[in-house]
Design a protein around this ligand. Sequence first.
Ligand SMILES: [Zn+2]
Length: 305
Amino acid sequence: MNHVLAADIGGTNIRATVVTEQGELQQQLRSQIDLGDRKLTEDALIERLATFFSGILNDKPDIKAVGIGFPGFFIGDTGVLVASPNLPNLHHVALAEKLSHELNVAVHIQNDALCAAIGEQTYGAGKGVRNLLHVTLGTGVGGGLILDDVPYTGEGGMAMELGHLRVAYDNAARVCGCGGSGCVEAYASATAISARYAEVTGAQLDTRQIYERAHHNQRDAINIIESAGHYLGIAIAQSIKLLDIKTVTISGGLTGAWLLLYPAIMTSLDAELIPPLKGKIKVHRSILDDNAGIFGAAAIARVKQ
Ligand SMILES: [Zn+2]
């Protein structure tokens, strides 16, 4: 038995699952966690996480390693949280080490989007490649990069802030949550798609409802999803020109609209890429979907336990 406990932590909830050596998910557990409390202290964060994980581990003495995807920036595989957009008070917290001490098992933590990239490369649509660019489409747009089989975090944990690549420069460029304008996140995130749809039609719908309308040939819905794919393609093309990566995987709710999204992305790639790269890039929809981060967390727990 070589099972690990893998978790994906978001702004408001934790999902945790026991993952077998064969990559099967067992006993999915979900719990609320409030990381929206911007005054959360280091000790309070560790206590909340330790309480959640010890509640699971107490019944499972055979589990010796925990892997966690966390919404924050980590340098390499140190498990040190440099910063998190959700928790502006916290800097340089030895999160993996402290949790390991509390739980008495090995704990490995990595950025959530990078975990999703590791999951795709280990178990999903990027299986078998040594270089992978993974894009997560959620309330924001995130990116994870595997270079020569190694998850890449950059010098300060800030590599692959793909959502904030600038893709529009005109006066109408949309304002982004980061304070800038024209970022791809302002066009292709779930939040942006709902906002753009409301601006055009006056109706407040979520992305699933919007792509259902697109599938029923509603022109405004189609335009907004194709526009998201267009801008996403520009951001991916800029990344590829820098990195020379041939395989891209994409996960997140918006991939439900893949039949519209994919051709728009590929048209942009064709327009943006220079000849030696043109036509050489494979873009795959995730086969792990919501579980990409969980599989990545299992992979980091397993490699280093
Ligand atoms: Zn931005």
